[in-house]
Design a protein around this ligand. Structure first.
Ligand code: SF4
Length: 685
C-alpha cells in the first residue's frame, strides 16, 4: 500500500476519558494505519498502549454482524425488521402489564453524547427514569459531591493546566497507568519543580514519581483529609479571605475538626501523623495546588463524603478558580462525562436537571412534545440488578455495557438477568452479558459513526465516520431512533443525523447551547460551559463564583465512617481492585487485542510477601480468592507494592467482580468496589 493512497482523518481515542487525538489512516474503506497528531491540545502526539492498539478491534473477526434471537441455548439470525418489531412489541406489552417502571435501560460511556441523549429520552418518554450507565459505578460520587459543594459535578481545570501547579496531591488515582497521557502533564510540572504527593494503598507507577507517598488503608480517605484540614486550620494556614468571601459552612467544619485527633487519624489510616502534617502544609502553602483523584476515592460507601472532603480542602485553602489549582476527577471512559451531561443518569435530566424539579421537567417535556415526564428518580445500575433478582424489573435494554463483568457481585447480577422477561443487548461483540440476552443487536463502533464525545476535562470533540460498519451493524443512534419510533414516539425520534440530535441537546442543556458539529470539528473542540455560538468555551470553572444557587462554595463537613466490610477471622484480608495500563473497562475490546492480551493475558492477585508466606503461597501459584459473595481462581503475584493485609486484583477479567461488594454509597448509589474482606489460599485444582 502506498502512503499516498491513505486518507488521514483526525480522530479521538475511544478508550479512556483523556480524549487523546490521532490521525486515522483510511484506505479503500478500511482503517489501515494510525499516525500521531502532534497538534492535538491534550495528547500532543502521544498515545498510550491502548491508543496505539486502537485499530485492532475495528475490523475484528468477532464483530457482531446480524441481529440475533435466542433459541434454546443458542441464537438464530433474524432480520432487523423482525428484531425491532418483536422487541418493541415486548417492551410495550411489559409496560402495559407491569407499568413503565418494569422497564430499565443502560446507556453507555463508550457511545456518543447523541446516543446517550437518545437512550435517556426514550426511557423517559416511555415513562421511567430507570436509565443509568457505568458512571454510576465509577464517578457518581464525584458528580454528587462536586454538585453539592461547587454546584458543578465536573473537573474544574483542564488536564493541561496541571503543568501550572506547584503542588499536586493525588489520592486514589494511579494515573501513570490509567490515564498515561494525562500523566505527561504532571511530568512536565515536576520538571518545573512541582511537588507531588500520592495517597494510595499500593506503591503504583504513579508513586514512583512522588516526593511523598502516604500508604493509607483502603476506605480511610475521609479520616486522612480531615486530618490534613485539622493541621491546616490549627496552624492558621487556611485562606481566611477566600473563606469569608466565597464560601459557606466553615464554622461547622471548624467544629468538626475540633473532634479530630491526629493520633486517631494515624490509627485509622495507617499513615504517620508527621506525614499527614507534611502533606497538609505543602498543599496549603503552595501558590497553586491541585487535587487529582479517580476511583480510589469514588468507589466507596463514603464516595460522596470523600469527594466533598476534597472539595472542602480546596475551599478552605482557596485553591480553586485559578490556573494550576482545582479539582481533577479523572474519568475512566471516553464519554462518561458526556453521558452524564446529557442525562443518562436515573436522577437527572439533560443539564443535570433533577427529575423532581417540576418546572424544569415541564419545560423539557414541552421540548420533547410529551405531556409529562416521570417525576421520581429511577433505578440505578445496582438497584436494577436487585429489582430484576426480586421480580420488580421485567425488561432491561443494554447499549454497550457489560454488567456480567463490570458490575459488583456478579453472581447476583446473573440471577437478576436470568429472571428478566426481556434482555436486549446492543453491542459490537458477543459480550458475557450478550450471551444471556433474548436479542442481540449488532452496533457500529466509534470509527463507523459520527458524533460528539466529552472528555474528562469537559472538552467536547467530534468523531467523524471513517469506515462503514461490518455486516448489518448500525450506529446506536439509528437503532434507538428506530426503537423510539416503533414504540409510539415517531415525532420525538424523527432525528436524521447526529448533528440534528446535537441541535436538540443545544436546546435542553445550557452548557452545550453553543456546541455545534461545525465548531467541535475544529481540532481540540470546545470545553463546556459554552452557552452560545460565539462563546469560546470555559477551561477554568469557578473563577468568580461557584455554580451553586448562591454562588458560594458550600463547605460540607463529613465525619469518618468505616467501610461496609472490615476484615475478620474468616476473611482476614482487604481486597481492593483497579485498572492496568494494558486493559480497558470490562476488557471486551482489549481482551480481543493481541498486542495487549499477549502482555497481560489473565487474571492475577497481588499479595504481600508476608501474607503469601503465612499461607504457603509462592509467586506464580494458582490461588483461590474468596469473599462472602463467591470465589475465583487466579495466579498469585507476590509483590512488594501492597502492604500486609491488603491484596489487589485488576477488574478487566471475568472473576474479579464475583468477589466485590454491592454495598452502596447512600447518596450516589455507587458500590464499594474498593474494599471487600477476603481470604486467599493455594488452589489445588
Ligand atoms: Fe486513549 Fe486514554 Fe491512552 Fe489517551 S490515555 S491514548 S485517551 S486510552
Amino acid at each position: 500500500m502506498k502512503q499516498a493512497d491513505i486518507n488521514w482523518v483526525p480522530s479521538i481515542c475511544p478508550f479512556c476519558g483523556v480524549g487523546c487525538g490521532f490521525l486515522a489512516g483510511v484506505d479503500r474503506g478500511r482503517l489501515v494505519a494510525l499516525e500521531y497528531l502532534t497538534e492535538h491540545p491534550v495528547s500532543e502526539g502521544a498515545l498510550c498502549p491502548k491508543g496505539n492498539a486502537v485499530l485492532d478491534t475495528v475490523h475484528h473477526a468477532d464483530r457482531l454482524l446480524h441481529p440475533l434471537k435466542r433459541v434454546g441455548e443458542g441464537f438464530e439470525r433474524i432480520s432487523w425488521d423482525q428484531a425491532l418489531h418483536e422487541i418493541a412489541e415486548q417492551i410495550l406489552q411489559i409496560r402495559e402489564a407491569h407499568g413503565p417502571n418494569a422497564l430499565a435501560f443502560l446507556a453507555s460511556a463508550k457511545c456518543s453524547n447523541e446516543e446517550n441523549y437518545l437512550m435517556q429520552k426514550w426511557a423517559r418518554v416511555l415513562g421511567t427514569n430507570s436509565v443509568d450507565h457505568c458512571a454510576r459505578l465509577c464517578h457518581a460520587s464525584t458528580v454528587a459531591g462536586l454538585a453539592k459543594t461547587l454546584g458543578a459535578g465536573a473537573m474544574t481545570n483542564p488536564v493541561t493546566d496541571t503543568v501550572n501547579a506547584d503542588c499536586i496531591f493525588v489520592i486514589g488515582s494511579n494515573f501513570a497507568e490509567c490515564h498515561p497521557v494525562a500523566a505527561r502533564w504532571v511530568g512536565d510540572a515536576l520538571e518545573q519543580g512541582a511537588f507531588l504527593m500520592v495517597a494510595d494503598p499500593r506503591v503504583t507507577p504513579t508513586v514512583w514519581h512522588a516526593d511523598l507517598h502516604l500508604q493509607l488503608r483502603p476506605g480511610s480517605d475521609v479520616a486522612l483529609i480531615n486530618g490534613m484540614m485539622k493541621v491546616i486550620v490549627q496552624a492558621g494556614l487556611h485562606n481566611k479571605k477566600f473563606i469569608a468571601s466565597r464560601t459557606s459552612g466553615f464554622e461547622q467544619l471548624r467544629e468538626l475538626l475540633k473532634t479530630v485527633e491526629l493520633s486517631e487519624v494515624e490509627e485509622i489510616t495507617g499513615v504517620p501523623a508527621d506525614a499527614i502534617e507534611e502533606v497538609a502544609r505543602h498543599y496549603a502553602t503552595a501558590q497553586a495546588s491541585v487535587i487529582v483523584w479517580s476511583m480510589g476515592i469514588t468507589q466507596h460507601i463514603t464516595g460522596t463524603d470523600n469527594v466533598m472532603s476534597l472539595a472542602n480542602l480546596a475551599l478552605i485553602t482557596g485553591h480553586l478558580g485559578r490556573p494550576g489549582t482545582g479539582l481533577m476527577p479523572l474519568r475512566g471512559q471516553s464519554n462518561v462525562q458526556g453521558a452524564c451531561d446529557v442525562g443518562a443518569l436515573s436522577n437527572v435530566l439533560p443539564g443535570y436537571v433533577p427529575v423532581t424539579d417540576f418546572e424544569r421537567r415541564r419545560q423539557i417535556a414541552a421540548k420533547w412534545d410529551v405531556t409529562e415526564l416521570p417525576a421520581t428518580p429511577g433505578l440505578t445500575v445496582v438497584e436494577m440488578m436487585n429489582a430484576a433478582a426480586s421480580g420488580g424489573l421485567h425488561s432491561l435494554y443494554v447499549m454497550g455495557e457489560n454488567p456480567m463483568v463490570s458490575d459488583p457481585n456478579v453472581q447476583h447480577v446473573r440471577q437478576g438477568l436470568d429472571n428478566l422477561d426481556l434482555l436486549v443487548v446492543q453491542d459490537i461483540f458477543m459480550t458475557e452479558t450478550a450471551e444471556l440476552a433474548d436479542y442481540v443487536l449488532p452496533a457500529a463502533l466509534w470509527a463507523e459513526k459520527s458524533g460528539s464525545y466529552t472528555s474528562t476535562e469537559r472538552r467536547v470533540q467530534w468523531q467523524p465516520t471513517l469506515v462503514a460498519p461490518p455486516g448489518e451493524a448500525l450506529p446506536d443512534w439509528e437503532i434507538i431512533c428506530e426503537m423510539g419510533r416503533r414504540t409510539g414516539y415517531a415525532d420525538q425520534f424523527a432525528l436524521a443525523s447526529p448533528g440534528a440530535i446535537l441541535a436538540e441537546i443545544n436546546t435542553v442543556s445550557p452548557a452545550y447551547a453553543g456546541i455545534t458539529p461545525e465548531r467541535v470539528q475544529a481540532l481540540g473542540g470546545l470545553i463546556w460551559p459554552c452557552p452560545d455560538e460565539d462563546h469560546p468555551g470555559t477551561p477554568i470553572l469557578h473563577e468568580e463564583k461557584f455554580g451553586t444557587e448562591d454562588g458560594l462554595g458550600h463547605i460540607t463537613s463529613a465525619s469518618y465512617r468505616p467501610p461496609a466490610e472490615t476484615p475478620d477471622e474468616q476473611y482476614p484480608l482487604i481486597l481492593t481492585t483497579g485498572r492496568l495500563v494494558l486493559h480497558y473497562n470490562s476488557g471486551s475490546m482489549t481482551r480481543r487485542t493481541k498486542a495487549l492480551l499477549s502482555r497481560e493475558p489473565r487474571l492475577f492477585v497481588e499479595i504481600s510477601a508476608a501474607d503469601a508466606a503465612e499461607r504457603g503461597i509462592e509467586d506464580g501459584d494458582l490461588v483461590r480468592v474468596a469473599t462472602r459473595r463467591g470465589h475465583t481462581d487466579c495466579v498469585a503475584r507476590v509483590v512488594p507494592t501492597v502492604a500486609a493485609g491488603v491484596v489487589f486484583m485488576p477488574f478487566h477479567f471475568s472473576g474479579t467482580n464475583i468477589l466485590t461488594s454491592d454495598a452502596l454509597d447512600p447518596t450516589a448509589k455507587i458500590p464499594e468496589y474498593k474494599v471487600a474482606a477476603c481470604q486467599i489460599h493455594k488452589s489445588f485444582q
